[in-house]
Design a protein around this ligand. Structure first.
Ligand code: ASN
Ligand code: ZN
Length: 326
């Protein structure tokens, strides 16, 4: 039997052998380029070979060390600013696998084994493990699963994607010490290989402008509801089939609203805008099939509950600007 099969049979993650100095329990596994993103059955090979546990010294593998370190940054961010402990709010161990598949330009949260999975890149994209907003994005899919439990289909799914971008970008701005005004609001800046025409995977501030490349394609995100409705008319079936109803396409609309709210308050995005969003994202206020308009209403209510009518007005106007109106 291969070592991967043995690892799959082993209890994952193992019991910690020493107390954690960080308060968290991180485990990084190496898939040694096995698995196939196109064949879901190969997910059973996850997590792979354990290469780094909480408190271990750096390894000789760059991806492993990057994931180990960036994961802690995100965990600390959730703990310090949102009083949320690990991915489930209850201190669960945090499992990631690196080097999944070959020629894999993606990273994802897999709910089958509650873990993150990172590929090494393809002809267009690379360096997921070294990109803090990508790590924050994937970890937030876990947080969403354990909190609001938004589905991954159409508007609710676009909100699920949106929350991952919001925490991805907030942790990036925290690390880079940038206010809402100073920040570029780009998700996945630096995962585009040199030669790909573009600046990032998504622009939260100017959806639809992140890339335009003859081989890789064009950023299709509309920046308002009118654009979403038009795209649904022309590409509805395609979006349902290729992107769970536009989860990565229509997330640009709430993304832009979040930017406008952050700019409306000024200062650090996680201080006011982020707190309003968290009051909704942590669950209770929205259903797992939440629509844009329901989410918008919930954020207005949260702004009123946390702050005042002026704050609620900033939030309401942001949603109006992107066309989410009753
Ligand atoms: N990187 C993508 C994401 O986290 C993978 C996916 O689930 N489609 O949204
Ligand atoms: Zn995502």
């Amino acid at each position: 039997p291969s070592s991967l099969a043995a690892a799959a049979r082993a209890k994952v993650p193992p019991k910690p052998t020493k107390p954690s100095e960080t308060g968290f329990y991180r485990y990084v596994y190496d898939m040694q380029n096995k698995g196939d993103d196109e064949r879901p059955s190969t997910l059973r090979l996850l997590p792979g070979k354990l290469v780094c546990s909480e408190g271990d010294a750096p390894t000789s593998d760059k991806a492993t060390d990057e994931v180990y370190s960036n994961t802690l940054t995100v965990l600390n961010f959730y703990k310090e600013f949102f009083q949320y402990d690990s991915l489930d709010g209850k201190g669960m161990p945090v499992v990631s696998s690196v080097h999944f598949d070959t020629n894999m330009g993606n990273a994802f949260w897999w709910d089958g084994k509650n873990q993150m999975v990172y590929g090494d890149g393809d002809d267009f994209l690379y360096n997921f493990t070294g990109t803090i907003d990508v790590i924050g994005h994937e970890m937030t899919h876990a947080v969403t699963q354990f909190s609001s439990n938004l589905s991954y289909w159409q508007e609710a799914g676009a909100l699920n994607e949106h929350l991952s971008d919001v925490w991805g970008i907030m942790v990036k701005q925290f690390v880079e010490k940038e206010s809402a005004e100073e920040a570029d609001w780009l998700i996945g800046e630096g995962v585009l290989l040199p030669g790909v025409k573009g600046v990032a995977l998504r622009s939260m501030k100017a959806p639809g402008t992140a890339y335009d490349d003859p081989r890789f394609g064009k950023d299709m995100q509309p920046d308002n509801v009118e654009g979403m409705e038009a795209l649904r008319k022309t590409h509805g079936a395609w979006l349902d089939e290729k992107d769970s109803g536009g989860v990565h396409i229509f997330s640009g609309i709430p993304n832009r609203a979040f930017v406008l709210v952050s700019l409306g308050f000024g200062g650090n995005s996680w201080e006011k805008a982020g707190q309003i969003w968290w009051k909704v994202a942590r669950g209770g206020a929205i259903s797992s099939e939440c629509t844009f308009i329901q989410f918008a209403d919930a954020t207005v209510d949260a702004a009123l509950a946390l702050y005042d009518e002026d704050a609620a007005k900033i939030v309401r106007e942001a949603w109006n600007t992107v066309g989410v109106v009753r």
